[in-house]
Design a protein around this ligand. Structure first.
Ligand code: KDG
Ligand code: MG
Length: 405
């Protein structure tokens, strides 16, 4: 069987939100799909792939996944960064999809086979006030989730990351030519969050795994205080307590709290997280396989993390496509040091365009047993949803200064 790449095409579509998809075809007609969605900067990755990567792929052997990875990483000279690594990630996903289809095996079998029967999965609960949040947590438990991320409104703020505005699923990116501006108040948040989590823990009892995302907004000492104040609620993890670029910041947080820490959804490579892993400053590494160079590179990050008792806890927002979710699940199923997969779910139109084989049952996801990644992109259905500009919000403190959203 021959596997020479004859075409690589980029498709941007917007079934409820924007997704960038890479289609790679071999001379034997095997089609591999990769996700390349970078929320709010979709067209940058689309151009990178279309203008600079696709022409290099044509003529290469699709079976040489690692060599292609090295070619695109080392060959670019300008290494790393979200755009480059998402583009390499998309190629990597497509090539694993092709290899699985050629060998008639799901990707997790090619990664060493399953080490567990299912993947613990958490989803999001949101509420403007505590009663609304408790209802939302109950609704997620009724769906079967054993792990739930809770985000609540903050008194005095009219918008808060993670709290929805009426739509069934939380979607922060707003369609339009400019990002919306939000106001943020750290003191109000820090005063309120412990009350929220004490109420949630009291309501759900000891077993439900609870998570929370501080979304990069705190200084190290504020983060340490939050970690301490949430200890009674026994979180599964507290996420992104400080901005991720400063890996040393977590040293101060770690010294003050036993609340488990997770970070890394904005990391793109092992170089971004090697120190916090080796210094055991986190418990879960949040890299999304597509954003961090694909299955091939994320597997290396997980293996490195295994040495230090750090587990995978990948980013799985609705702003990466089901192809990324499936890649993540295939890798998770074959990874011994794995914690939990994030899964927000999608609007109905997304499933029309991305036909997927992964399943959720009783708190656990499974990638399914179709050959490859188990997700087929429906090109006809996608045509009904043209790209629409959309941006993540930006945030300012009460005095008008820009802050982290
Ligand atoms: O595009 C940005 C979102 O993916 C991010 O805000 C979601 O923090 C997030 C999470 O943990 O899902
Ligand atoms: Mg997050």
């Amino acid at each position: 069987m021959s596997s020479i790449i004859v075409s690589a095409e980029v498709i941007v579509t917007s079934p409820s939100r924007n997704f960038v998809t890479l289609k790679v075809v071999t001379d034997d007609g095997v089609v591999g799909w990769g996700d390349a969605t970078l929320n709010g900067r979709e067209l940058a990755v689309a151009s990178y792939l279309r203008d600079h990567v696709a022409p290099l792929l044509v003529g290469k052997d699709a079976e040489q996944i690692e060599d292609t990875w090295q070619y695109l990483y080392k060959g670019v000279y300008w290494r790393r960064g979200p755009v480059t690594m998402a583009a390499i990630g998309a190629v990597d996903l497509a090539l694993w999809d092709i290899k699985g289809k050629m060998l008639n095996r799901p990707v997790y079998q090619l990664l060493g086979g399953a080490v567990r029967t299912g993947i613990l999965t958490y989803t999001h609960a949101t509420g403007w006030d505590i009663p609304e949040l408790l209802d939302s947590v109950d609704a997620k438990r009724e769906l079967g989730f054993r792990a739930v991320r809770a985000q609540s409104g903050v008194p005095g703020l009219s918008t808060v990351y993670g709290v929805h505005k009426g739509e069934p699923e939380y979607e922060p990116a707003g369609r339009g030519a400019r990002p919306i501006e939000e106001v943020w108040d750290t003191d109000a948040y820090l005063n309120h969050a412990p009350k929220v989590f004490n109420a949630v823990r009291e309501h759900v009892g000891p077993e439900l795994k609870l998570l929370h995302d501080a979304h990069h907004r705190l200084t190290p000492i504020e983060a340490a205080r939050l970690g301490k104040d949430l200890e009674d609620a026994r979180l599964f993890w507290l996420e992104d307590v400080t901005p991720a670029e400063n890996q040393d910041a977590l040293k101060y947080v770690r010294e003050h709290t036993t609340t488990p820490l997770a970070i890394g959804e904005v990391f793109n490579s092992i170089w971004d997280c090697k120190d916090i892993i080796a210094n055991q400053l986190i418990d879960y590494i949040r890299v999304c396989p597509m954003h961090s160079g694909g299955i091939s590179h994320t597997k290396k990050i997980y293996s490195f993390a295994e040495l230090y008792n750090v587990k995978g806890g990948p980013h799985g927002p609705s702003d990466v496509s089901p192809l990324s979710i499936s890649a993540s699940l295939n890798l998770a199923l074959a990874t011994p040091n794995f914690g939990a997969q994030e899964f927000m779910g999608y609007a109905k139109e997304v499933s029309d365009v991305f036909e997927h084989s992964y399943t959720f049952e009783d708190g656990y996801m499974h990638p399914g047993d179709l050959p490859g990644l188990g997700v087929e992109f429906n090109e006809e259905a996608a045509k009904a949803y043209p790209y629409t500009p959309a941006y993540l919000p930006v945030a300012r403190t009460r005095d008008g200064a820009m802050t982290n959203w």
